[in-house]
Design a protein around this ligand. Structure first.
Ligand SMILES: [Zn+2]
Length: 197
């Protein structure tokens, strides 16, 4: 039961507006920054690197716990990617993580769930649609560099590590297995995380 709930939360870690992003993503870090600001309506005033070398943008100064959780999520991602014989984008420095200000702190069951509200796009009319927008634990912003947004957490950092790993799955698949990427990118048609076993 609990596991089902967690999956429902994380299933919404979506790839929205994929076609548009692929065009934007070609122009690099400034483009993903602009896209992250557009989607979150936040200003990312702080940039730091994790101990292992991933780049992190924050609205506030990212906490050590957030930075550690990002490294842990990427470590788990790279391990499962190697298990699947994927070789590309397995360096920490291949990734940029945007820590946005959450648009809610709790889910509809009252559980701690700092999530970001984003335009519903292809999720319109599905169970995730909360009136033109959905709450997402995370969202891919671009593929070159690999970039995604997550909400700032002040506790439950294992959830952060999971969301990082799950968003990273889309980026790893994009670069290593385009067919599988296409089959798994859009959760509105079913399917969730983890994708890689
Ligand atoms: Zn996803």
């Amino acid at each position: 039961m609990l596991k089902t709930k967690l999956m429902q939360l994380l299933i919404v870690s979506a790839v929205v507006l994929t076609a548009g992003l692929m065009i934007r993503a070609q122009s690099g870090e400034q483009a993903v920054l602009a896209e992250a600001e557009r989607i979150s309506k936040d200003q990312f005033n702080f940039t730091v690197k994790t101990a292992k070398g991933a780049k992190v943008y924050g609205v506030k100064k990212p906490s050590p716990e957030m930075l550690d959780a990002i490294d842990r999520g990427l470590t788990d991602l790279f391990a499962v990617a190697r298990k699947n014989k994927y070789k590309k984008r397995l360096k920490y420095s291949d990734y940029i993580v945007f820590i946005a200000k959450p648009d809610r702190q709790k889910n509809y069951d009252g559980e701690y769930s700092p999530d970001i509200a984003i335009g519903a796009a292809q999720y319109a009319g599905t169970i995730y649609d909360k009136g033109g927008y959905i709450y997402a634990a995370g969202m891919v912003i671009g593929y070159n560099p690999g970039a995604f947004i997550i909400g700032e957490h002040t506790k439950d950092f294992n959830r952060v590590a999971d969301v990082v790993r799950f968003e990273g799955e889309h980026i790893v698949l994009y670069h290593n297995d385009r067919k599988r990427y296409n089959e798994t990118a859009d959760h509105s048609k079913g399917g969730g995380h983890p994708i890689l076993q």
